[in-house]
Design a protein around this ligand. Sequence first.
Ligand code: AHM
Ligand code: MG
Length: 336
Amino acid sequence: QEPQSARRTKTPAEIILETPGIPDELKKKLLPIISALTSGGRIMASLIARGPLLGITGSAGKENIQGEEVQTLDRIGQDTFCQLLGETQKVRELLSEEEPLPTLFPQADPDGLLIAMDPLDGSSNISVNASIGSIFAIFSPPPSSDRGEIFGGDKRKLIAGAYILYSASTSFVIAVDQKTYLFTMDPSFGGEFLGTGEPLHFPSGGKIYSTNESYFPLWEKGIQDYITWVKSGRKPVMTSRYIGALVGDLHRNLLKGGIYLYPAEGAPGKNHGKLRLLYEAYPMALICQFAGGIATDGDRSILSIKPGSDLHARVPLIAGPMDLVSEFHTKTGHPL
Ligand code: AHM
Ligand code: MG
């Protein structure tokens, strides 16, 4: 017999509908977009669960614009979310890690939203059945007089950030109107995503740090000293957890309390970090902020950074609860 939850559950659409701070006009655009994201999440979760049987856990035999090997699931994620989001007619442009230029949807509502996505994050985890995810930043477009710049320029406004985590269960996390919510897919109810409706908050007193420590020799001294201190000087000392997929690492830290670090490195090509501003750092920064945390590039808030002409620009990313990120900044000499 299955255990029964005593708590009432809500869908993402119910939460959006009952949030008074979201204007009705925006709700009409967000609802079909969220439905497209959760439908895409269901499709991806089902394919990922059968990945090795379907022969889709390997390389697609190509490189993307950033010189990274494209996996078959990267391509499937791109095609799935692009089609579903296009069909909503509420998305004017879709920027993806997998395509050099944004996809335009000329049939869409002229006041439709802009989306930047990483359709399949953590590609190196695909073939070993470890956590992977999809990440989305949802923007309102610049005022009509500024049409033509769309993703470039700095007049678009980030209104929501979301991710889907494909792991032992499939999670959907969305930050909107100052709150971050968690939903879990229930495959026995047609794959509906359900949650308690209670906003998520980073717990205080977290002791996890998440970083790829093999890059230690390439980091600047302040960061090296901080990592050495969290392991041996800090009271209490911290413990290391690293999945190697931003979605998985941030999700764990959101629930348990922990700091995620992907600093800049001295290595050629990685002196701006690895993670992309528009579709990795921005949405995760909003999710952290609405859960009582913050994301920075080690110096300033990620959300204060204006994107330049490179839509795939990378930034260093330090993300987590306010107490841990603020401690990092104090220790590295850049107080928040
Ligand atoms: P991807 O978008 O190509 O999958 O790369 C981004 C991923 C992040 O999910 C993860 O945090 C990071 O790359 C891991 O990088 P590394 O292997 O250098 O630790
Ligand atoms: Mg990624």
